[in-house]
Design a protein around this ligand. Structure first.
Ligand code: SF4
Length: 208
């Protein structure tokens, strides 16, 4: 049976290249790519929610940040839209396109998105962190030092200055520990890992 593998953009930026592709192919894995622009689609969904509600909208792209905020602070002024992370949009596209052709491995930058994806129970799809994929197939990694995440903080910049960027757990703590005027902000961009997913525990060895 064919095994397809989708590498998320963060893993590609950190470890991608001919060296990695050759190893994947040697292991019998066939790299696949998305054809649809899920980044724009997700942005559009947030724009629609922001235009429809008077409440402050929570960024749902980072499940770890959302879970942390709900558990630690349980704010009563946030709206949590049912918009899946971009990576899950990619997984759904590939699952539908490759249906009946084999198995699909979808790599994630962290355990948190892996768990979210796994809980979808998409047929013939397995979610693994990138480091788990490398470990399973004994892939030797060549890591590049990134100055920024391929999907850096500022995803919602077009919504203007009423968007707050909380791109670390510390910034999330600072924001929710201070008195927050209700409806002061349109949207909270929230990323648990400092400056984004290139510090996720599924791509960065030793990350918590
Ligand atoms: S890698 Fe970090 S910032 Fe990105 S989704 Fe996962 S927990 Fe959130």
């Amino acid at each position: 049976m064919k095994i397809f593998v989708w590498l998320n953009p963060v893993s590609i930026a950190m470890y991608g290249g001919d060296y990695l592709t050759a190893q994947l192919k040697e292991c019998g894995l066939e790299p696949v790519e998305c054809r649809q622009d899920h980044i724009s689609a997700v942005r559009k969904k947030y724009n629609q929610i922001v235009n429809r509600t008077s409440r402050c909208v929570a960024d749902m792209r980072c499940p770890l940040a959302v879970d942390y905020v709900k558990k630690q602070y349980a704010p009563n002024f946030l709206e949590y839209p049912t918009i899946e992370p971009i990576l899950l949009h990619c997984a759904r596209e590939l699952q539908q396109r490759l249906e009946g052709q084999g198995q699909l491995i979808v790599t994630t930058p962290c355990r948190s998105i892996k768990d979210l994806g796994t809980n979808l129970h998409l047929p013939n799809v397995e979610f693994l962190t990138f480091l788990e994929l490398a470990q399973r197939y004994h892939i030797t990694l060549q890591k590049k030092e990134l100055q920024a995440s391929p999907i850096p903080p500022g995803f919602f910049a077009e919504l203007g200055d009423r968007v707050i960027i909380l791109d670390s757990r510390e910034k999330i703590d600072d924001y929710f520990s201070a008195p927050v005027p209700q409806n002061a902000h349109l949207l909270l961009e929230m990323l648990y890992c400092e400056e984004g997913c290139h510090h996720g525990d599924g791509v960065l060895e030793g990350a918590e």
